[in-house]
Design a protein around this ligand. Sequence first.
Ligand code: SF4
Length: 694
Amino acid sequence: VIELGQPKRSVVTTCAYCGVGCSFKAELNGDQLVRMVPYKQGKANHGHSCVKGRFAYGYAEHRDRILKPMIRDRIDEPWREVEWDEALAFAANRLKGLQEKFGRQSIGVITSSRCTNEESYLVQKLARAVFLNNNTDTCARVCHSPTGYGLGKTYGTSAGTQDFDSVDHCDVMMIIGANPTDAHPVFASRMKKRVREGAKVIVVDPRRIDMVRSTHIEAAHHLPLRPGTNVAVVTAMAHVIVTEGLYDEAFIRARCDWGEFQHYVDFVRDPRHSPEAIEALTRVPAADLRAAARLYATGGNAAIYYGLGVTEHSQGSTTVMGIANLAMLTGNIGREGVGVNPLRGQNNVQGSCDMGSFPHELPGYRHVKLPEVRAIYEKAWGVEIDPEPGLRIPNMLDAAVEGSFKGLYCQGEDILQSDPDTHHVAAGLAAMDCVIVHDLFLNETANYAHVFLPGSTFLEKDGTFTNAERRINRVRKVMAPKNGYEDWEVTQLLANAMGADWHYTHPAQIMDEIAATTPSFAGVSFDLLDEKGSVQWPCNATAPEGTPMMHVDHFVSGKGHFIVTEYLATDERAGPRFPLLLTTGRILSQYNVGAQTRRTENVVWHPEDVLEIHPHDAEVRGVNDGDWVRLASRAGETTLRAKITDRVAPGVVYTTFHHPSTQANVVTTDFSDWATNCPEYKVTAVQVSPSNGP
Ligand code: SF4
């Protein structure tokens, strides 16, 4: 037992779990962290927090943390603990050797949404300025990449349109494919407060989530759609709005491309898009859908909040564009209480995308094909930038299986547990000759690694995270890194071991480089953040105080673009062999693959993933509550306990993916979004049968 004593000093920093980005005072006695206190001046949380941010930081001290670098020649050999110099030289020599033998494109990086902006920036710079390719991707690939595509096509930027405070002016909130109570708890509390003040709610979700059944609120409309039919539901809402004349013609004429609007209207008017025509497909009662559409169009300020239940589909990008269409159709853009708000999952998934982690975009969402953009970085970095987009994560794995992709530097991401179709991920990793895992723990991916570089926690580093409302928050070092280096320093050491000559001495210098090369960050500096507390990008000469609300007078793209959103059924269909549809999600007390929350003693509940199954589906299978069941798909199978509940509809089952003992992604498939390759986690045809246990 450690005697913590009374705190003597405090450091203000930012939670490293979800995209709400709550500010905390880390209170210390000497070097000992005594407690995390929600920070009243925090602009994202105003002194509130959830259980994870407040209590789930014990993993930083967990005995599982690896603090010394390790290497091995082959993955069937035991790890050998070495000094940093030897590990970095081993990694650099392997990567260079692979490029010499298999070509420049044979290696790549994965940046982390858990790390700071400055760390993500350096990892993509490692790919572009040292590897000399664009083989850089981020775990946003498996969550919000369709947001980038869909909002980029319609509004000109992937950013959420509002700040969190905007919800206080909202009269109708449409929550689609998101479960804020579990995934964005502090913001969910603000939503519920607004509902208690009179706002109406539309929930579009296959499950009766807490926002529907909460004792505090009565959702006006729950549309319990069949997994995979988002596009049909959103287009049917547009059909009602158009055919009943509920659209905002003045807004559309002033702000949007009128020709595209007319084309779109012709499309949505078609009777095949009516609520009645799609009722059998979506299982949403037509009358309920009509009522929801009327409420959204006529109920006052209407805001859409959406999550991974929108994006993680084969038509994820199409649904994002459909949602953007709805907001333009009704003029719900550019003022308080409205907008389109992607609820970003991880603490810095917004920032990871902003920093150019995608293989086709340099920082600030500028395509690598644009010579004028490449010229900025060629001048700043003194190298020639590859004009061709690089490989996405699934492409890297496919290329590894085929033999052309050989080396990967993976920072802060456990792709074996978190990415879909686990067997394929394992095959890709096993085929590589140099896998470098840079992380806190020996995660599942590390089973296939040749180099393990110890990572630092958010308590041990300086930098910034950007939350779901584009707010850049400071992360401040609370204690010295137990492994010896902050993560940005490790990336710099690796780059220099490969021949680069980087000399950053503090993340503030990295932010200065970001500001000098990225127009939307041009006004950002650590001095400004320390003065203001936080700032929302774009922050530049035009908006020196930052930008709480986007698209006020005009869209980033000039005119808003209506895009036709044709529904195409996913190829993943229920059938005689796999008659149920599995959808996946999260619970409040655990976080993603659970690397941190499972190693924090405060979090003792929800010790395992369970399978939610409707009473009817359980009964016909002879399954009782708490029984072990076998969950099987065409991709694989796993075993977990059943939880019988009518939160899921008949024909639908649901589980989380927090525990490696379950490996829920063994059953998810390789189908993905047509535009971005974001995996279709939310629809998997499965069978459930009784089991004797694992
Ligand atoms: Fe951390 Fe999110 Fe909880 Fe806030 S709501 S304390 S950011 S996990």
